[in-house]
Design a protein around this ligand. Structure first.
Ligand code: SAM
Length: 222
């Protein structure tokens, strides 16, 4: 089947271009044993985030949706020594597993893992006067995507890169009558991007081991 080919091609790419990594493999097996859903980015996508961060020379990253910290580790590894990631996670079990994984990968000193509802955490961070971020990865509950985009802009400066995951949803994104709140959240996210003149954006459809989906790429201009 088509999905089978996508999966095999992802394996082919991974075997050639992504170094075997015992730590990341251990992270995925730990997540599975702990009962976490396999919603992490794929290895090819994790490396893509890592390269974008290196290309942009980001030193401050915000991640909304940690899960077991798989994407967090990919991103943390791209940071300079003094770089930092703030990552937000609602589920305390996910956060606990992530904390262990971050230590295993020896990136815990670069990561601030904040546990609680992301919208509450973001409001609290604003009160704390947290500085803008260079790179923001939105990957939590999709119905809240429009609110996450508003907060992402709040924590941006000209030149900040904003990435949103799962914005194609096997093509369901074009179904305006969808009853799925995740699809409606993603549609509202596009509408907001279209109306927002502080950000230039595009979206790329992807296929691979995680099926048919895609990313939004935004660049904050002013
Ligand atoms: N970025 C992760 C990776 O690639 O390894 C995957 C994140 S997973 C798609 C989404 C995560 O967002 C889940 O762990 C979920 O518990 C968390 N989440 C859901 N609703 C949230 C909320 N309101 N605030 C913070 N995190 C939330």
């Amino acid at each position: 089947s088509q999905t089978n080919v996508w999966d095999k091609v992802d394996q082919y790419i991974t075997e050639r271009l992504i170094q075997n990594d015992a730590i990341l493999e251990k992270v995925l097996s730990t997540n599975q044993k702990a009962g976490l859903p396999a919603y992490d980015v794929s290895p090819t996508q994790g490396k893509f985030l890592n390269l974008l961060i290196q290309m942009q020379r980001s030193s401050r990253i915000l991640e909304i949706g940690t899960l077991g910290g798989y994407s967090t580790i990919w991103m943390a590894r791209a940071l300079p020594t003094e770089g930092k990631i703030v990552t937000l996670e609602l589920d305390s079990h996910h956060a606990q597993v992530a904390a262990g994984n971050l230590c295993l990968a020896e990136v815990q000193d670069k990561v601030e893992l904040r546990v609680g509802d992301a919208l509450e955490q973001l409001a609290q961070m604003s009160n704390e006067g947290v500085e803008p971020f260079d790179f923001i990865f939105i990957d939590a509950d999709k119905p809240n995507n429009p609110y996450y985009l508003k907060w992402a802009l709040h924590f941006s400066r000209p030149g900040t890169v904003i990435i949103g995951d799962n914005v194609i949803r096997e093509g369901e994104v074009i179904n305006e009558n969808s009853q799925d709140p995740r699809v409606q959240g993603v549609r509202a996210f596009y509408d907001l991007l279209a109306d927002e003149n502080r950000i230039e954006a595009t979206a790329i459809q992807t296929v691979g081991s995680k099926g048919y989906d895609g990313f939004v790429f935004g660049f904050v201009t002013c």
